[in-house]
Write a protein that binds this ligand. Structure first.
Ligand code: SF4
Ligand code: SF4
Length: 440
């Protein structure tokens, strides 16, 4: 099997050995779960329950607030104890449904299509995905049914499942591919059926040979291509994956569907399988809990809405003010001030670092070495974008394609002057969006 890759990228220390061999365990549900109405890209969901209502596990408790939105379901049975603003992982307060768990797990009934799903038409299957509240589980949290409904003038010929899991420390997708390989392959076939896409590809980084074997075995007898990808960050970026697997380049400002491709994460594919075959909504996900401050690292099936503090208690982790708590991986995750926030659909990992591993070095002036340019997988010039951002040169930053930056952090990682390039480019992007709003 040849190893495929893309141009640019970096080789950070992967640190996956702490959890890669740990089988996923179910985590005991907490007494109280907090389910933000906005845990996806798009319009917030709209609560369909009221304070005092009793709910069953699997029951819909919030409907999508628009086409680009996602339903939310009760991950436990119990009572709605509040609907109120609560802290979220993006640093803001957001309306959330608070459930008091009765610890009975009394479940609603589910109605799936079983293995006969291929008899159903695309609209029926897409509707099942929407009703299950599935979003991109790789971290993007984009509602999956929207990706399954491309405009009529776009023909999708290939679906790629992203099994790269290139973020250091995280192994949730790796464990899923080992433990639910058939569900991942079945999910891909369902997505291909919905989109009418003849080609299916599953891309996995070469540092997961056991996952490559498990998925190849599950795909035996199907036309699905399982490919081995170079171990390089950000191999799992949509455009990088398309470049590596298909040698197609998505032009600046365009989407994968513009080159006939749709990309979904492994977890999303497995969730789509469960929604269509078993009729089960998205109630839980695999979360890697790891880092130098975690005494007992683990991969857990965690009910959505579980407080991060509850998860960390089970992993015997002490948070210290000088350490670092990150939701997601170290490259694209979001640092948190405290653990009083819930696990949501996009939470692939909880990373806790000791103070000695959490320090940032002071920046010095740019030495024009060009390493950031070599590292950028989007063909940008990060050093120039950083300078435009610092000087608030908005038209120049726009012309230099700042909006194409995927905030992968490769440039900052490569920079010997420790310039906070991602933060600067984020500032430029915010300036561009603000200027566009002013013009409207
Ligand atoms: S400029 Fe953006 S896309 Fe390019 S390396 Fe930096 S963060 Fe990644
Ligand atoms: S890597 Fe850092 S020091 Fe080198 S050119 Fe880019 S911004 Fe300047």
């Amino acid at each position: 099997m040849s190893i495929l890759t893309f141009r640019g990228g970096i080789h950070p220390r992967y640190n996956k050995e702490r959890t890669a061999a740990l089988a996923t365990k179910p985590l005991a549900a907490p007494d109280e779960l907090v389910l933000p109405l906005s845990q996806h890209i798009g319009a917030p969901a709209v609560a369909t329950v009221s304070v005092g209502d009793t709910v069953l596990r699997g029951q819909t408790i919030a409907q999508p607030g628009g086409f680009v939105s996602a339903a939310i379901h009760a991950p436990v049975s119990g009572t709605v104890s509040a609907i109120e603003p609560r802290p979220t992982g993006n640093g803001t307060l957001g309306d959330a449904i608070v459930l008091t768990n009765d610890h009975q797990d009394t479940e609603t009934s589910y109605s799936g299509l079983g293995e006969d799903w291929a008899q159903a038409d695309a609209a029926t299957l897409r509707d099942m995905v929407a009703r299950a509240g599935i979003v991109g589980l790789g971290g993007a949290a984009f509602p999956s049914h929207v990706k399954l409904a491309p405009p009529p003038d776009r023909t999708i010929d290939t679906v790629i499942i992203n099994g790269a899991e290139c973020e250091p420390w995280l192994t949730a997708d790796h464990r899923l591919m080992l433990e639910s390989a058939n569900a991942v392959v079945s999910g891909l076939r369902i997505i291909q059926h919905i989109l009418g896409a003849p080609n299916g590809v599953i891309g996995i980084e070469a540092n997961k040979p056991d996952a490559l074997r498990a998925i190849s075995q599950a795909a035996t007898g199907t036309p699905i291509r399982v490919v081995s990808l170079a171990v390089k960050y950000p191999q799992g970026g949509e455009k990088q994956l398309i470049s590596a697997c298909l040698k197609r380049r998505v032009p600046q400002g365009k989407l994968p569907m513009d080159v006939g491709v749709v990309v979904h994460n492994t977890g999303t594919a497995a969730a789509i399988h469960r929604a269509v075959v078993d009729g089960r909504p998205l109630l839980e996900r695999i979360v890697t809990v790891t880092g130098t401050a975690v005494s007992q690292p683990a991969n857990y099936w965690v009910r959505l809405g579980t407080p991060v503090a509850h998860v960390l208690q089970h992993c015997q982790t002490e948070l210290t003010p000088a350490g670092k708590l990150i939701l997601g991986g170290p490259m694209m995750g979001i640092a948190q001030k405290h653990a009083d926030i819930p696990v949501v659909k996009s939470t692939s990992g909880i990373l806790v670092l000791q103070p000695k591993d959490a320090t940032t070095r002071p920046a010095s002036p740019c030495i024009r070495c060009g390493r950031c340019v070599d590292a950028c997988p989007m063909f940008l010039v990060p050093q120039e974008l950083g300078a435009f951002a610092r000087l608030r040169m908005i038209p120049e930053a726009r012309a230099a394609a700042a909006l194409d930056c995927m905030e992968c952090g490769s440039c900052a990682h490569a920079c010997p002057a420790h310039i906070p390039l991602v933060q600067l480019i984020r500032l430029a992007k915010a300036d561009i969006h603000a200027a566009a709003r002013k013009k409207m």
